[in-house]
Design a protein around this ligand. Sequence first.
Ligand code: ADP
Ligand code: MG
Length: 353
Amino acid sequence: MAIKSIDQKDVSKITSGQVIIDLKSIVKELVENSIDANSTKIEINFQNYGIDSISVTDNGKGIKKEDFEFVCLRSHTSKISEFEDLDKLSTLGFRGEALNSICSVSSKVKIVTCTDYPKNHELDYDKAGKLSKSVSKIGGGFSKQTGTSVSIEKIFFDLPVRLKNFVKNSKREFHKAINFLTQYLLIYPEIKFSVFNVVNSKKSLALSSRGGSKSTILDNMITVFGANGAKGLVELKLLISEDIQIEGYISSYSFGLGRSVTDRQFMFINKRPVMLKKLSKIVNDVYKSFNHMQYPIFILNIAIDPSALDVNLTPDKGMIMIHSEQDLFEKIRLDLIGFFESQDNVIPRNLER
Ligand code: ADP
Ligand code: MG
């Protein structure tokens, strides 16, 4: 017999490659869990650029005792119970595999969670995602509130090739993770983010935002990109159809940036960071027809009915299929032209409608 099933203990180590490929994907999954738990404060701590450990602490709703044993089991989620639920999905997660995959590629996963202050629980999970230790405590770090802290130690420690690559490129991997986090910081201005890195016992702040209901995307553009970070940005609101809206900010056509600014062009669908190359090109092309010397900065969220989307194309959900995409994008193109035309009523040349 040539075909045999893979030993159960190795299955998740093998399949986890799809979700957890690098430091960035670990941080993404943990932060998305904190956002899904309705947190308003998220703190991320890297030890030695993430080589030694990563922890994400939030003030979200916490995890209930009856769920402790299921948190890190594969395909266990509190977010959907059947496939059809994807049609009304309002959370970033739903596959119930991130924590399980993280368990399989790291030496230790520890969760401290609190739903009923001052009682909290310290939980350890083994490589298969099974609860291996549960200790209840009183007090601790959640100062009169609920929340969860997930710490991951020594990622990729028994995946030699990935580990070597990670250690060798740790600073680059760290910056990739920070850049990715920036997207959440921008699109969730009401959440207070603090990101620290500790190297040789020295703690430095890598990224932060103020949070609170009064904070805006523009405030965070300034926090991230400096005093001129929001200069020239105008609010964009396009009602594309009854259940599709585009909201955000874009450079006015008289004030773009002189260089290609792909690092300042952000797109989201229902606040989920996404790569939409075709739509990005459309936005850049329309902008170019009004200002052929410069490039636009943009932060655009497409709010769309979840039933018109398929977010389940890739495990990291970075690719999304939209119903009638071509018609939608064409409508966006025309509306965007209309938007720039209405700015000062200047009709650009070389523009086809
Ligand atoms: P998914 O997010 O797809 O459900 P995960 O493996 O990321 O899968 O998480 C499994 C479950 O653990 C979640 O459905 C949620 O119930 C719980 N969980 C994980 N992180 C947190 C957190 N920070 N706060 C509250 N619950 C959490
Ligand atoms: Mg998740």
